[in-house]
Design a protein around this ligand. Structure first.
Ligand code: CA
Length: 236
C-alpha cells in the first residue's frame, strides 16, 4: 500500500484529503505544520507527499527544500488559486506537480497516480548513473546504496555523502580535511575525527556485514576505496 503524507495547516482540508485517500486505499499520515511534516518525513519512507505551500512557521517551500536535500520522493504542492509565483517557485525547487485550490478529488487522485507511476518508471534504475566498486553500488540520484543482491543498505545522509565522495574519487586517497570540506562543508567547526567516526559507521554497515574490506585506511593520510581490489577482509 502506498504511503502518503499530507502537510496542510487547514485541518478541515487535511481531514477531507485523508478520508478521500483512505477510500482510495492509500495509507495516510498528516501533519498540520511544516515542522511536524519534516519530523514524519524523517521517520517514515513515504511514496508521495502532498504539501501545502502556505504554511505557518516553516513555509512549504522551505519544507520542500529540506525534503529535496535527502529524497526524491514525489511531492505535489497545493497552491492558492492564481498564485503563479508559488507554482513556478515550487516546481523550480523540486516539486513534481502542483494543484490549485479548490480542486476536485478526482483531479488530485489522477495526479497522485501519475506521480506514482512516473516515480516507478524512474526507479527502473539506469546502471549508467551509478558509482561502484566491486559489488557495491551507489545511485546518487536515488539516495540508494546496494551490495550484490542486497537491494538497499540504509545510510544516513552524511554516511551516504561520505561514501559517494570516496567512490567519486576511487583509487585516490582522500585526507580527513578534504573529506570534511566536501561532506561537512567549509564552515564545519567540530573535531576532525568526525571522519573516522563516520568511516566506522560505514564499515559497520557495509564491510562488516558483507565481510569485505571496501574502505581502506592509509595510515597518517586518510581513506580510499579502490577499484576491483575488494578482498576478503582480514583486519584493518
Ligand atoms: Ca495553508
Amino acid at each position: 500500500m502506498y504511503k502518503i503524507l499530507i502537510i496542510e495547516d487547514e485541518e478541515r482540508i487535511a481531514r477531507f484529503l485523508e478520508l478521500e485517500l483512505l477510500h482510495e486505499n492509500y495509507e495516510v499520515y498528516k501533519a498540520f505544520d511544516g515542522k511536524r511534516g519534516l519530523e514524519l518525513f524523517q521517520l517514515c519512507a513515504f511514496d508521495l507527499i502532498l504539501l501545502d505551500i502556505m504554511l505557518p512557521g516553516i513555509s512549504g517551500i522551505e519544507v520542500l527544500r529540506k525534503i529535496r536535500q535527502t529524497s526524491s520522493v514525489p511531492v505535489i504542492i497545493l497552491t492558492a488559486r492564481d498564485s503563479t509565483v508559488d507554482k513556478v517557485f515550487g516546481l523550480d525547487k523540486g516539486a513534481d506537480d502542483y494543484i490549485t485550490k479548490p480542486f476536485s478529488i478526482e483531479e488530485l487522485t489522477a495526479r497522485i497516480r501519475a506521480a506514482l507511476r512516473k516515480k516507478a518508471e524512474s526507479n527502473k534504475i539506469n546502471s549508467e548513473d551509478c558509482l561502484s566498486s566491486g559489488d557495491l553500488r551507489l545511485f546518487p540520484q536515488h539516495h540508494l546504496v546496494t551490495y550484490g543482491d542486497v537491494e538497499k543498505i540504509d545510510l544516513t545522509k552524511k554516511e551516504f555523502d561520505l561514501l559517494k565522495m570516496l567512490l567519486l574519487n576511487k583509487n585516490l586517497v582522500l585526507t580527513r580535511e578534504k573529506l570534511i570540506e566536501q561532506v561537512w562543508g567549509y564552515d564545519y567547526l567540530g573535531e576532525t575525527n568526525v571522519v573516522d567516526v563516520y568511516i566506522r559507521y560505514l564499515r559497520s554497515k557495509i564491510d562488516d556485514v558483507f565481510g569485505k574490506r571496501i574502505i581502506h585506511t592509509i595510515r597518517g593520510v586518510g581513506y580510499v576505496i579502490k577499484d576491483g581490489e575488494i578482498k576478503e577482509r582480514t583486519k584493518y
